[in-house]
Design a protein around this ligand. Structure first.
Ligand SMILES: [Zn+2]
Length: 87
């Protein structure tokens, strides 16, 4: 029995591992046209966004970055690197 929370944690970890290994290539996902691939993409994107938000903690630099870019998910350099597992 795996809860949704646990699944999300596993997906998030998988994404972070992928990014940290430099194996992140969205074109691999783009080439798929099945609904399964589409829903997997959505799930991964949701997990990534959740992870970014939970790690960002709305620090001042992040808020600045959001204001400058107009992107509500923008992160400062430090938190972006953290989110990508590069610290
Ligand atoms: Zn920040």
């Amino acid at each position: 029995m795996t809860s949704n929370r646990e699944k999300k944690r596993i997906v998030t970890k998988g994404v972070r591992d992928l990014v940290s290994r430099g194996g992140w290539d969205t074109r691999r996902f783009e080439s798929g046209t099945t609904g399964i691939v589409e829903s997997a993409r959505n799930e991964i994107r949701d997990a990534v966004v959740d992870a970014l938000y939970s790690q960002a903690g709305l620090c001042r630099d992040c808020l600045d970055a959001r204001q400058k870019t107009g992107d509500p998910t923008a992160l400062c350099d430090r938190h972006m690197n953290e989110a990508l597992g590069m610290t």
